[in-house]
Design a protein. Structure first.
Length: 324
C-alpha cells in the first residue's frame, strides 16, 4: 500500500528547509492512464470547494437555467466584488427569491479593494458577498424550477442534494463514503484524489452540449467569476488554453488541461500556498504548455520585504519529474 502522504513541496528560507508540505496527488494522462500517483490516490478526502463544478453540473441536470457568468459563478468561489454580487442577485431574482434565502453565512468580500470600500461605507457583512453564494443561488434556482422546498435545501436528504451526490459519484467513479458539512453549510460528499482527477478529466472532455461540458465551458469563458482579480484559479484558466481549474479549502485542487490531462491533490496540513505550483509542475510534466502562468510557478519567501527563498517542489514531486 502506498504511503498516505508524501513530500510534495518544501519552503526554503535563506537556504534552509523551513517547512514541508506533504500530501497525496494523482494525475491522469491523455489516454486516462495514471501518469503519477504520489501518496495514496485512494485515500479519502473532503473535496471542499473543488466540488463546486460537480454541484453546478447537478443543478443543470435538475433543470436550473444557468449560463454564462451565472453558471461560472455557480461553479466558482468568487471574491465578492460588486460584479460578483450582481450576478448572484440576478440568479436569486430569477428564482423569485431574495438574499435572505441564501443558506450560506454572511461574510465580507475576499477582494481587498471591495472589502475596504464596503467597510468605509459602513456596509455590514452580507450573504451575497460570501464566496459560496453563487453555488447557493444556483441550488435555490434548481429547487424553484422543480417545485422543491427551499427552506431545507441544505439537508443531505433533500432531492437536490441527492442529485448532487449521484453526480459526484458518477463523475468521480467513486462511492461517497463520508458526508460532512462544508464551511458554507452545504452538504459535502467525500471522495478521493483519484476521484477528483477523474471528475476533472470528465468535465474537460464532456460534450459542450452536455451539463458537465457546459459547466467546463462557462468556467473557461468566464474565469473571473470562478475566482476574481488575481485569483490563481482565474489566472490559470485565463492563460493556460483549455484548462479547467478549481481549488478548495484545506489544500485541495483539481485541474484538467487539453486532451483531458488532469491532476488532483490534497495537501495534508491544509495550507493551499503550494497547491497551484504543484499542479502546474505536474501538468508541465504531462506536456501541457503552462508558460503563460510562469509567475504562478514561483512562490517567493520574503524576509524584510525582500526575496530570501521560495516554495519549491518536494522530494516526491522532484523524483517523479525526473522520470518524465
Amino acid at each position: 500500500m502506498a504511503e498516505p502522504f508524501v513530500e510534495l513541496a518544501v519552503v526554503r528560507r535563506s537556504g534552509f528547509v523551513e517547512s514541508r508540505h506533504c500530501g497525496a496527488l494523482l494525475a491522469l494522462d491523455a489516454d486516462g492512464g495514471v501518469a503519477a500517483e504520489l501518496g495514496d490516490g485512494d485515500a479519502p478526502v473532503l473535496p471542499r470547494s473543488t466540488a463546486k463544478p460537480l454541484q453546478a453540473t447537478a443543478c443543470l441536470l435538475a433543470g436550473a437555467p444557468l449560463e454564462g457568468p451565472a453558471l461560472a459563478i455557480a461553479a466558482g468561489s468568487h471574491t465578492g466584488t460588486d460584479a460578483h454580487a450582481d450576478v448572484v442577485r440576478a440568479v436569486l431574482a430569477e428564482a423569485g427569491l431574495t438574499e435572505d434565502a441564501l443558506g450560506c453565512p454572511a461574510d465580507r468580500p475576499q477582494d481587498g479593494p471591495t472589502r475596504d470600500a464596503l467597510v468605509r461605507s459602513g456596509e455590514p457583512p452580507a450573504r451575497v458577498r460570501m464566496n459560496c453564494s453563487g453555488k447557493h443561488a444556483a441550488m435555490l434556482l434548481a429547487c424553484r424550477v422543480n417545485g422543491w422546498s427551499t427552506g431545507d435545501y441544505l439537508d443531505p436528504g433533500h432531492p437536490l442534494q441527492q442529485r448532487v451526490r449521484a453526480v459526484t459519484e458518477g463523475l468521480t467513479g467513486t462511492p461517497v463514503r463520508h458526508v460532512a458539512v462544508d464551511g458554507c453549510g452545504a452538504p459535502l460528499f467525500g471522495t478521493t484524489v483519484r476521484g477528483l482527477a477523474t471528475a476533472f478529466r470528465a468535465l474537460r472532455l464532456a460534450d459542450p452540449g452536455e451539463p458537465a461540458g457546459r459547466v467546463a465551458a462557462a468556467m473557461r469563458a468566464h474565469p473571473e467569476f470562478v475566482g476574481g482579480p488575481g485569483h490563481p484559479n482565474t489566472e490559470l484558466m485565463r492563460h493556460v488554453p483549455g484548462a479547467v481549474a478549481k481549488g478548495g479549502a484545506e489544500g485541495v485542487l483539481g485541474v484538467a488541461g487539453p486532451g483531458g490531462r488532469s491532476v488532483a491533490l490534497k495537501v495534508a496540513d491544509g495550507n493551499p500556498r503550494a497547491t497551484t505550483l504543484i499542479a502546474l509542475e505536474v501538468l508541465a510534466g504531462l506536456g501541457v504548455d503552462v508558460s503563460g502562468v510562469a509567475d504562478l510557478r514561483v512562490v517567493p519567501v520574503l524576509g524584510g520585504g525582500e526575496r530570501v527563498g521560495e516554495i519549491a517542489p518536494g522530494a516526491a514531486l522532484r523524483a517523479w519529474a525526473a522520470t518524465r
